[in-house]
Design a protein. Structure first.
Ligand code: ATP
Length: 387
């Protein structure tokens, strides 16, 4: 939710790429993808949020895990994936490096085609990267895939392959079993998941008889059924109603805080990302262009969302403003218009100058706190402009 405040402290926009230290290691393509698209993964983990990332280094310990990766639930270094050859080649993931602290939720945000899904699939071994390393809890996924993925599970593209003829509870028991967990030992966990996700009354109903939103919840419950420590969720709230989406967010936070679950979540729903994620990675054209906490992204963007109300504004002037400034809303009033424009300090003065040249006098001007969507649009637009 946005909040209003008076205009003050106009800062400058500071978009641009963050520097990351890279520690690359080649992947042997002859090994082939680690998991097929249909493979079941079993995963999870959690701890207190530590926004400061540990320095990137690659010291190998006697158990084969690196010092950097041991502290991180997921550690990705110099990961790249290209599709095609020559002039038609697409670099979907371009030298990506990041870590995910245990016990945190990290959001992956990016425009369509930015490379989020390819990044997640490369981490999960469902797509074979061209370069880079991935460690899960300090274990290299290419050297010791079985061990590395033992605590990992995933829900990709908003769903997973639940068994539609099985009941909801049978699905949870099935996925717990193939995660190597005795389903009887996690019955309480399943009860709680069913309760929290509003599925308790449907526990004995075959999944095929559920609504789309309910099926989505079963997918999520199945991912969490085996006690995975690291979970990858691609669009987990797709198709859920507002209440179900909120319940799911609450449940994710609870699992992170009480069971040390680690979540890597990709979504186009900014409200979900803003509400649940400790940290956000913004992906643009295969690269990470921002990696920070939601609070820091909001505070550091130097953006101002200006709400202007004027009886002098007409449709033509509104269209002029819209063509020059990022205008999130333009509402006609009894007389004039109310506009909401997102801009930096320079843009604000340009906007006021523009209005002045058209003899527009303002009845009211307020700033609105920018939200994650404003920051996202600003950073990705600036990134595209810089390329
Ligand atoms: N199997 C493939 N073969 C060729 N190109 C691919 C393949 N998979 C993805 N791409 C391309 O790689 C780029 C990144 O795609 P990807 O699906 O990872 O993006 P995304 O950020 O997940 O997008 P969306 O938000 O639309 O799901 C796109 O240009 C896409 O067309």
């Amino acid at each position: 939710m946005r909040s209003f405040r008076s205009i003050h402290g106009l800062g400058s926009v500071t978009p641009g790429r963050r520097d990351v230290t890279r520690d690359r290691a080649a992947i042997d393509p002859s090994r082939g993808p680690l998991l097929s698209a249909d493979a079941h993964l079993s995963c999870s983990e959690n701890a207190t949020v530590r926004p400061e990332r540990s320095p990137v280094s690659s010291v190998t310990a006697s158990d084969g895990s690196s010092a950097r990766g041991r502290d991180a639930a997921v550690s990705v270094t110099g990961l790249s994936k290209r599709f095609g050859d020559g002039a038609d080649a697409i670099t979907a993931v371009d030298d990506v490096t990041f870590e995910v602290e245990p016990g945190s939720i990290v959001g992956l945000l990016g425009p369509n085609g930015a490379g989020k899904t390819t990044l997640i699939k490369s981490i999960l071994g469902m797509v074979l990267p061209d370069d880079g390393t991935v460690e899960i809890r300090g274990i290299d996924v290419y050297d010791r895939p079985r061990e590395a993925y033992a605590s990992v599970d995933a829900m990709l593209e908003g769903a997973r392959n639940d068994y539609w003829r099985l009941t909801v509870r049978e699905n949870l028991r099935y996925f717990a079993t193939i995660s190597g967990v005795d389903p009887n030992s996690v019955r309480d966990r399943h009860d709680r998941l069913l309760e929290q996700l509003g599925l308790a009354e449907k526990a004995d109903v075959p999944v095929r008889d559920l609504s789309r939103g309910m099926k989505q919840k079963v997918s999520l419950a199945s991912v969490l059924a085996g006690g995975a420590e690291v979970v990858f969720l691609d669009e987990p709230t797709l198709g859920l109603d507002v209440e179900s989406s909120r319940t799911l967010q609450t449940e994710l936070r609870r699992l992170v805080e009480t069971e040390e679950l680690t979540v890597i979540l990709s979504s186009h729903n900014m409200d979900v990302v803003e509400a649940v994620c400790d940290r956000v990675l913004i992906v643009s054209e295969g690269q990470i262009i921002a990696d920070d906490t939601v609070e820091s992204l909001l505070a550091g963007a130097g953006l101002h969302c200006i709400q202007i109300t004027s009886a002098d504004l007409d449709a033509e002037l509104v269209s002029t403003v819209q063509s020059q400034f990022e205008t999130s809303s333009a509402d006609a009033r009894d007389r004039g218009y109310q506009l909401e424009v997102t801009t930096d300090s320079d843009g604000l003065y340009e906007l006021l100058d523009e209005l002045r040249t058209h003899d527009v006098s303002l009845d009211r001007i307020r700033t609105v706190e920018p939200d994650l969507e404003d920051v996202f649009v600003d950073l990705t637009t600036a990134d595209r402009g810089n390329r």
